[in-house]
Design a protein around this ligand. Sequence first.
Ligand SMILES: *Cc1c(COP(=O)(O)O)cnc(C)c1O
Length: 408
Amino acid sequence: MKPLGPIPAGYDSIGGELAVGGKPASALVEQAGGTPLFVYSADLMRRRMAALREAMPSQLRIHYAIKANSYQPILELMEGLVDGFDIASGGELAMVLAAGQDPSKVSFAGPGKRDEELQAAIGHGVTLNLESENEARRSLRIAGELGTTPRLAIRVNPDFELRGSGMKMGGGAKPFGVDAERLPALAREIIAAGAEWRGLHIYTGSQALDAGAVAETQGNVLDLAARIAGESGAPLPHLNMGGGFGIPYFHGDEALDIGAVGSELAKRFAELPAELAETEFAIELGRYLVGEAGVYLTRILDRKVSHGTTYLVTDGGLHHQLAASGNFGTVVRRNYPVAIASKFTAEPAEEANVVGCLCTPLDRLADQALLPHAEVGDIVAVFCAGAYGASASPSAFLGQGPAREMLV
Ligand SMILES: *Cc1c(COP(=O)(O)O)cnc(C)c1O
């Protein structure tokens, strides 16, 4: 037997079935027209944001990094909840524009921006988080051609990283950002060229659950930003402090203590150095805002036994749930929280492997899981599916196509 990850708080049952937004799984599937289906709870997202606002210092802006989930109704919901959006491609720019978002609240990071992407972003007044000197000069040239003033920030490759983070994106040689020591010169150059200076973006990692590590990194980010502002001789209008707030996916994971993160940050804000006295601060979060608010529902198509092992074969799989299958940046595969949605309150009765319908041994949704006895037709729920599910899985693989999605 292998343990399953913890089912996030806030899910109910109706008539023995998993319920989201007051409706049982079978009704949601019927409403959507079938499985596989991502169901996202607006209520859970609102509650998550409210708790976060409560925990964080009031002047801290909270941005949504849409790569976690760019489903249009979620972008529209987030418009009323967050203070800004972070995008990482021209495609994501088109998505936020289609959702009616104010481009002046959008910032665009990511290495390898094409000329057309820079053009579109500058033309709409989006802030560019510049990833290199070359990108800075291309942006200035393109803005000159358009006859507009570009809004430019610089992404810093910091000389430290977020301790315990799942994906490290700072410290040492990196394709992201400009090395901290080269920052002041580049900042002076773009300010002298007449750009609207939007400050710094410092992103240090992802999926951290340790409040001490997050607080320590935020302290380091503030120190580094103050140093760079001092050396570049220009006040910092805006500092995107990164994010990295994680969610519990696996057995033994404990939720991040946002109260502790918020109170440490409040202490730092109370004693800001002169260089940061006028700065507006933001964090950018993806999975923390939406991850636990989504569940993936997939129907059992076959139940079979091989050499004594029971397999529940579903109509979903890694083409929608790459991360849950263990193939998205994990070294050792562990089980996500998984349940039989159609028998949510039934007692666990047997050990089974839940697999997808793809013809590859990589397509696993739960290994050696203790579950209620499930039959063909039952619905499996994979939790923590609100982030990096639909947006980060190879849905074209084997001609399967995307899953249905709904926000309730
Ligand atoms: C991926 C990414 C995020 C979002 O990460 P989460 O772990 O989902 O919070 C935010 N900012 C940048 C620059 C990123 O690359």
